[in-house]
Design a protein around this ligand. Sequence first.
Ligand code: FES
Ligand code: FE
Length: 454
Amino acid sequence: LQPASTPPLPNLEQLADFERGTLSRRVYWDDLVYQQELEKIFGRCWLFLGHESQLPKPGDFLTTYMAEDHVILVRQRDGSLKAFLNTCPHRGNRISFSDFGNARSFVCNYHGWSFGIDGALKGMAGQELFDASGMKSAEHGLHPVAQVASYKGLVFGNMDPNAPPLSEYLGDFRYYLDVMLDMDGQGTEFVGGPVKSVIHCNWKVPTENFIGDIYHALWTHDSAARAVLGGAVAEVYKDEHSFHVNHNGHGWEFNLDTVGNCATLGDKELRKYLYGIQPTVASRLGELRSKMIGAISSCSVFPNMSFLPGQNTFRVWQPRGPGRIELHTWTLVNKSAPQDIKERWRKGAMLTFSPSGIFEMDDGENFEFSTRTNAGFLTRQQNLYMGLGLGSRLQDTELPCNVYRNQVNEANQRAFYRRWLDLMQAQSWADVPVRDPNRLDESAFHHDAPQEAA
Ligand code: FES
Ligand code: FE
């Protein structure tokens, strides 16, 4: 028997057909696609690094991944944040083996080179033993991540010095992110975490699940919800208050009449808390967004960060090859929330979305088989369907971004792959098309604008 020949990588435009709502199964398992993603998606996009609250003091640091690149994020003496590759420029050893801590310098285990928190090479062990006269120390510091920036507590890094600023990258999607990050002007923080686990799936499968797939929840999670939470996981709506919204590949699905429903996790105190702060949210963000807090909804920020409002699980799907991810999760809470409420949320997130969580296990199995089955020789040549809700875009709406009706829709999955394909085909950011030019005024994102403060 001759081994089956692997079909060559098709033209990228053959991977998705947005008119018919189809997607090639190759995007989930093909290593050639994955290698291009490392360069064109993860090498260009703003990637979540950490939360400001994790690094309050100079020298506070954490280590994390930007796709396969391991990085150190560290608070500088002037209060700014810098990020570096967590690898020694001498022989490439890992520099820091801690998840987080406070450091005055970083010292490599191998030959003892030391680096300041600004990344500069400060010292070399055993200097009396060698001649380093030909070496310019300034050229051998830790390699910096090109751009680091924050939006309301969330810190992102970008390897591409020519990438647009974070504010532009998030764009009008910040209108929705503020429902998660800016309910009362006091900010947010992580409780616990990161909780780490490995799932044998392609990184895009969970991102597209969280970007707007409430559809699966009423089926996949039904029995776990009834067994542990005492009822159906969620009521899902097809009415004038249900939407898919997306912008620049980010997406959010929600219903405006379900405040606290998703949040309860069977816990009435969480629901009471959300109803309690709703008037504050309304005065800060407006009536409409006050109806989104803790509602049945989910969101993803392109390419690999997701959040589940109400359950408050915050997660990054770190790719490890085309068929594996390392999942990092935290519980995100309002800084001003009472301690008891923070603790209830942390426990609720562990019950539902942790390696032993009832919903995580349901999802993990779906994610793994939605990846693995696509590698079959005949299977990989078939297309998948993501066309639910084609033609359901709303023209006259007060909501910003691209807005589609109904919670069950595949508009956000299509928008995610549209952005993915735009980036995969572009030679640089200058080639990436703008697909939703209607923009809110920039002042919409500064809730402490002078007229409010006056
Ligand atoms: Fe780091 Fe040699 S590899 S000091
Ligand atoms: Fe799920």
